[in-house]
Design a protein around this ligand. Structure first.
Ligand SMILES: [Mn+2]
Length: 342
């Protein structure tokens, strides 16, 4: 009998460049140091999961760690925190005093730190970075583990543990699974690699309960979220010739349905799911002449380039921007730029 061999390299082996970056990064970290972790405004599963995992890994290395985010920890990820992970986000910039290092996760631009950005720019030591976004305009610092090939920042945190021989406990595995599951859209987006499945397999073996994760992340939505989705779907418009679809969230909708901005996650997937659509846009009217835009695209359409035209950024197939102007003005401008690009 012959054995089959795979052309794939061992998907779990940490790529050489990443390993070297992790070793350089870890060389800055010493037992007894006080470390703060932060991530972007309106943190998502990857930001929260990466923080909750890294906090515990650094504690294994003898550091004293706390989290300080520019916006409150999302309700749906509270189970990732625990008695062993301190969240000092409510203290604001004061939580950055007397630290040895700040590590920022899932961020390629200091501006994404929102209300903490000023205090972070003033730190004596620039922040260390673990991230998988395309480079931003104002990179946080020179000591970094960054790779756009990583499906999630959580993949790089997993590699941090693997490279340094740290223990992936059930709590760490659950946090990293949350990061990878949410950033790949439940293993459906283009960033879903053999490697990310291989890591997910290790995380399941380390104690993750996939049905429980599904229930917590996708099947525990407040009723108001479905009403918001109903309104969003009702606003759907398409330009079939261009392969463009968009939805609009009216000003005050979150308050009306008593939901938070995390409840908007995934809504842009609906216009993208229309047959023939190559670029989907979600317009969210924030009021006061500010409109938040989320872009989602399919293979071959670079939303990052489009978002950059409006002062934003992100990934090739998912990015965003915050634009000044009334909803009608912004929508006209952005749709014109989108049509020009398509
Ligand atoms: Mn991410």
């Amino acid at each position: 009998m012959t054995t089959t061999t795979s052309a794939l390299p061992d998907p779990i082996e940490v790529p050489a460049q990443r390993r070297a970056d992790i070793e350089r990064f870890a060389a800055e970290l010493k037992p007894g140091q006080r470390i703060a972790l932060s991530t972007h405004l309106n943190s998502d599963g990857d930001g929260c999961g990466s923080e909750a995992a890294l906090a515990r890994l650094l504690a294994q290395m003898g550091m004293v760690v706390h989290i300080v985010n520019p916006t409150p920890w999302p309700e749906m990820f509270t189970s990732l925190l625990g008695d062993d992970v301190r969240d000092r986000s409510a203290d604001g910039p004061a939580a950055l005093e007397n630290i040895d290092h700040l590590i920022v996760l899932d961020i390629s631009d200091i501006k994404r730190l929102g209300s903490l950005a000023g205090a972070v720019r003033a730190l004596k030591t620039p922040p260390m970075v673990i991230d998988h976004h395309m480079p931003g305009e104002e990179p946080p610092g020179p000591i970094r583990v960054t790779d756009v090939a990583a499906c999630a920042t959580g993949e790089l945190v997993y590699d941090f543990a693997a490279t340094l021989g740290l223990e992936v406990t059930p709590a760490i595995a659950t946090a990293l699974y949350t990061a990878i599951l949410t950033d790949t859209g439940g293993f459906r987006f283009s960033n879903t690699s053999p490697r990310c499945h291989a890591i997910a397999a290790r995380l399941l073996a380390a104690g993750v309960d996939p049905e429980e994760m599904y229930r917590r992340i996708y099947a525990s939505v407040p009723r108001g979220r479905l009403k918001l989705l109903r309104d969003a779907l009702d606003s759907l418009e398409t330009d079939d010739a261009k392969g463009l679809a968009w939805v609009t969230i009216a000003a005050g909708a979150l308050e009306k349905y008593d939901v938070s901005s995390e409840d908007l996650d995934g809504i842009a997937e609906y216009p993208r799911s229309v047959k023939g659509v190559r670029l989907a846009i979600l317009f969210r009217d924030l009021g006061h002449s500010r409109v938040k835009i989320s872009f989602r695209s399919v293979r071959g359409v670079d939303t990052n380039a489009l978002a950059k035209q409006f002062g934003g950024g992100g990934h090739a197939r998912a990015s965003g921007a915050l634009v000044s102007g009334t909803l009608d003005e912004v929508r006209d401008k952005v749709l014109a730029a989108a049509r020009a690009m398509l």
